[in-house]
Design a protein around this ligand. Structure first.
Ligand SMILES: Nc1ncnc2c1ncn2[C@@H]1O[C@H](COP(=O)(O)OP(=O)(O)OP(=O)(O)O)[C@@H](O)[C@H]1O
Length: 595
């Protein structure tokens, strides 16, 4: 059933309305106290937005957000108070310093997986805090006093109603930019980084580059928040930029909804208002003074993580139903396509490839080739080395020996994304996708290398023409495998069969010359296997070259021209399906008997 058009209206009107209310709030007869709260909420939300991108979307945890806020605040205070510089120049300087710090920290830690980034951000947060507190020229723990107020076109913004407008202009612009970014080519790439790099790299995405981009962007948002903070407080000292504050920003993000742009605003609003009320109420109730609100927040965080891990924003979303993407790509120009190899051209040559894991030889000098238009099956019992061979061809694993040639050129040792760029695309044994994106958006991710829009273009929404072309291509590929009618569904809601087909459509969206499918029939029910076999037969009919790694003999028999059989890391035999079926060696290998 088509989604009724009014479903789009709450979303379409909610955000402009929210923006209007926040910008006009100072003009209304609201007490000054609420204006101050509004400023704090805007500042917190701005810094937390960075964490939404970094932690929620890209899956990188940082405890150092407060330190980047400090960079912006201290630069503003130092340059305006000590050197009499313009606050706008201080904004540029603060942002530049934050970018530099993020680039250095990111370059050191982002290539490493695991806990390096969180640990490095803790170290960075602590180091900066003590540096701010111990440096004479930064006023040590007393900080820098007497920061001037901001002026725009000669108007003094003060620290109240007029500043509220500026803070919210920045916060709303940042939210708009971030929301635009997440709905774009680089945004999909950033989302793909979250669950490891293998799938993203196979789509041609440099995961390191996007991690760095998002880390820098997050630091910039924090620095802008810090810059505004300095002119609001009119004094800076180290305490608002401590590691505790860094944890509080993470808390705001998680509470609001760490993967949602508007979750940053909700989290900031709830934390600021509740914190303020608790600071007054709790000492009265307990009869002693202290930071009891921190204890309450700790408990709340545990409850939220247990019962609403996606944060409070998910509850608001129920009133803002998701509308289908407007199908505005009719007639969009086709994306650039590569020259296809002539039938029979030698595409892939696997020459004595070898992979050793310590003492274990997982792939032992295996050779075979694939010509354009061939459908080759790579089969063998569990642990035979099929997946390892597949990963050697696609650049996921490095070769211990041998070589892989693609159209005559050595590709062994190249990273996956360079191999993808040459026209080899793949699917995964365990489906790798972005479950919270639609089927269409997941497939559009496959078109990454055929587009060029970068982060800035995306944030400013200058990428719409290219986006239309990408979505038109994604829909075309979904139609090719018979799934166009499901393009608006969330990928995570699909059954395994359609998810595997979606992966094939995503791989086709890369415009490959060779498609590698890693156990596409694994875990599928009979009907799903039939649907998959139909799609593969159709691709074969269209002249696509395929390498099929499969465990299910029956499945490959009816589909392939040639089969390579592996056992214990070595090539047992190669032949037509009939030859393989007739081979006593293969039967023995599958039945586990001696031969
Ligand atoms: N990263 C690794 N480190 C150590 N050993 C590994 C690694 N990857 C695979 N192996 C070993 O290499 C051998 C071949 O594994 P591989 O996954 O390639 O087999 P397969 O034929 O794909 O099996 P399956 O059908 O079960 O997926 C196995 O003995 C496996 O335990």
């Amino acid at each position: 059933m088509p989604t009724p058009t009014f479903a789009a209206s709450p979303r379409r009107f909610a955000f402009p309305l929210f923006a209007l209310v926040m910008l006009l709030l100072p003009a209304l007869p609201v007490p000054d106290f609420w204006i101050t709260q509004g400023i704090y909420i805007g500042l917190y939300a701005l810094a937390t937005l960075g964490l939404v991108l970094l932690t929620g979307v890209a899956g990188l945890t940082s405890f150092g957000q407060a330190a980047f806020v400090g960079v912006g605040a201290y630069t503003a205070a130092f340059l305006t108070v000590k050197l009499g510089a313009s606050p706008w120049l201080a904004l540029l300087a603060g942002v530049a310093l934050a970018v530099l710090a993020a680039l250095v920290l990111g370059a050191i830690t982002l290539r490493m997986s695991g806990h390096y980034l969180p640990l490095a951000t803790i170290a960075w947060g602590l180091a900066l805090y003590y540096a701010m507190g111990n440096m004479e020229f930064l006023g040590k723990y007393d900080g820098i006093l007497g920061v001037p107020t901001l002026h725009v076109f000669g108007i003094d913004l003060g620290t109240g109603r007029r500043l509220h407008v500026l803070v919210w202009v920045f916060a709303l612009l940042a939210a708009w930019g971030c929301a635009n970014l997440l709905d774009s080519r680089p945004g999909r790439a950033i989302r793909a980084v979250k669950d490891g790099s293998t799938m993203a790299e196979a789509m041609g995405i440099s995961t390191f580059r996007y991690k760095l981009v998002v880390f820098v962007l997050s630091a910039v948002l924090a620095a802008v928040s810090g810059w505004l903070f300095a002119f609001f407080q009119r004094t800076v000292n180290p305490s608002p930029f401590s590691i505790t504050k860094g944890i509080e920003y993470l808390f705001i993000a998680v509470l609001g909804g760490v993967s949602h742009v508007w979750g940053a605003f909700l989290g900031a609003g709830v934390v600021r208002v509740v914190e303020d009320q608790l600071q007054v109420l709790l000492p009265r109730l307990i009869g002693a003074s202290g930071n009891f609100e921190t204890i309450v927040f700790g408990v709340v965080l545990i409850v939220v993580l247990k019962y609403a891990p996606d944060g409070l924003w998910t509850f608001v979303q129920r009133w803002l139903p998701r509308a289908d993407r407007k199908r505005d790509w009719e007639g969009a120009a086709a994306l650039p396509a590569r020259d296809k190899p002539a039938r029979g051209e030698r595409l892939l040559e696997v020459q004595a490839v070898r992979k050793q894991f310590g003492g274990l030889v997982a792939v032992n000098d295996v050779s075979f080739e694939i010509r354009a238009g061939d459908i080759v099956g790579l089969i063998g019992p569990n642990g035979a080395g099929k997946s390892t061979t597949f990963n050697l061809i696609t650049g996921v694993l490095s070769l211990t020996g041998g070589q892989v040639l693609w159209r005559g050129q050595a590709i062994g040792g190249m990273p996956s994304r360079a191999i993808a760029r040459r026209g080899i695309s793949r699917t995964f044994q365990h489906v790798k996708m972005i479950p919270e994106m639609t089927v269409l958006e997941n497939v559009a991710l496959g078109g990454y290398l055929r587009g060029s829009s970068g982060t800035t273009r995306a944030m400013l929404r200058l990428d719409r023409d290219e986006e239309r072309r990408l979505f038109a291509e994604a829909e075309r590929q979904l139609a090719r495998i018979g799934m166009a009618d499901r393009m608006h569904e969330l990928a995570g809601n699909l059954a395994l069969g359609p998810q595997r087909l979606m992966e094939i459509a995503r791989a086709l969206c890369t415009d490959p010359a060779l498609l590698l499918l890693d156990e596409p029939a694994a875990g599928l029910r009979h009907k799903e296997k039939q649907a998959l076999a139909d799609v593969l037969r159709q691709l074969k009919g269209e002249g696509m070259s395929l390498l099929l790694v499969e465990h299910d003999m029956e499945f490959v028999m009816g589909l392939t021209d040639r089969i390579v059989v592996m056992e214990f890391g070595t090539k047992l035999m190669e032949g037509t399906p009939a030859q393989v079926q007739a081979s006593p060696q293969v039967r023995a290998a599958y039945l586990g008997t001696e031969h």
